[in-house]
Design a protein around this ligand. Structure first.
Ligand code: UDP
Length: 323
């Protein structure tokens, strides 16, 4: 069986990807520090509990499992926290990724899929954003991911380590079979917080209502986590067939404002979402919508959950089960 080392595999997007990898016949070996991960999300292969900055543990995992590729998700991913504590982000996301890349290089790994982000673009000049748009991140989280994309290109040029960086827009929703879902501690993401507010177990503050957008609130491109997971399997297959290093956007190509998300959550749950308006969050661009036509064309990616309703419905089912 083809083995894949998956860092951060006990987290949200990576655990859905492990499920998709297993369904496609791969064995995902979960490598996770368990600082933010959930043991219950590791269901499709063994778990190595270690940090990506621990070179000894990485070497041992690579020797033990002899993976044919690495999928790298492990990262801190709170935009707001990255602004107030940038050192944490550069130390883990950049230094940790470099340690992983060097370990992968020395183990002779030739294929690498990287969890990147639309936050590498910064404030876009055009919408939807194509992959060749300038990358000028406006927060340390985006900057840390952009540095890894750059390292990956350099490692390919120097060592032949081919990679595909997948720039996610806003991951949302939960496994359609209800086995796993979104579970951050603390939760900072809009859809789970709006569901908490609808359920009466939390409160929601809208971060700013005077952005230069149609209703004044931030616009984002929400993409179902199962669709993201499938794109990773396609990216791996493309690398196996020799595709050169590249990066792809993963989004639906449709933007929804914070107010539209709240209205959708109210429709899906049949409940009101009480909320207040607060100041804008540092590091938040007004609108981020992705042009994912290249990955559709080149890898045959075809998102299945194309409406916000469908995405929120899966999140609500998971929310009722898990929270
Ligand atoms: N947002 C909000 N209130 C919250 C959390 C998020 O208004 O409590 C907004 C945020 O400003 C952004 C959108 O919702 O425009 C999505 O934010 P989220 O944190 O879910 O994802 P991000 O875009 O940061 O990856």
């Amino acid at each position: 069986m083809k083995t894949i080392l998956v860092t951060g595999a006990a987290g949200y997007i990576a655990s859905h990807t492990c499920k998709a990898l297993a369904a496609a016949g791969y064995l995902p070996v979960a490598y996770d520090s368990m600082v933010n991960g959930h043991r219950s999300a590791v269901q499709w292969g063994p778990l190595v509990e270690a940090d990506i900055r621990d070179r000894g543990a990485l070497d041992q995992a690579l020797r033990t499992y002899q993976p044919m590729a690495v999928m790298h998700f492990a990262a801190f991913a709170y935009v707001g926290e990255s602004v107030t504590n940038p050192g944490k982000y550069y130390r883990n996301n950049v230094d940790g990724s470099l340690t992983l890349l060097e370990a992968a290089r020395d183990a002779g790994i030739g294929q690498f899929v990287f969890s990147s982000t639309c936050a590498t673009y910064g404030v876009p000049q055009v919408s939807p954003i194509p992959e060749d748009h300038a990358q000028s991140p406006v927060n340390p989280y985006g900057a840390s991911k952009l540095m890894v994309e750059r390292m990956l290109r350099d490692f390919d040029a120097a060592h032949g380590l081919r990679s595909i960086s997948l720039r996610y827009f806003n991951a949302a929703g939960a496994d359609v079979d209800g086995l796993i879902g979104e579970c951050h501690e603390p939760e900072t993401h809009l859809i789970p917080l709006a569901l908490d507010a609808a359920a009466g177990t939390g409160s929601l503050t809208v971060f700013g209502d005077d952005y230069p957008t149609p209703d004044g609130t931030c616009v984002r491109d929400y993409i179902h986590v199962d669709d993201l997971a499938r794109a990773h399997v396609l990216a791996l297959g493309a690398l196996e067939s020799g595709r050169p290093t590249t990066a792809y956007n993963l989004g639906n190509g449709m933007g929804f404002s914070v107010r539209e998300v709240i209205e959708t959550v109210e429709r899906v749950t049949g409940r009101k979402v009480p909320h207040t308006i607060g100041p804008a969050r540092a590091g938040d661009p007004p609108a981020l919508v992705g042009d994912a036509s290249r990955v559709r064309r080149e890898l045959g990616w075809n998102p299945q959950h194309t409406t916000l309703e469908a995405i929120v419905e899966t999140a609500w089912r998971w929310h009722q089960r898990a929270r």
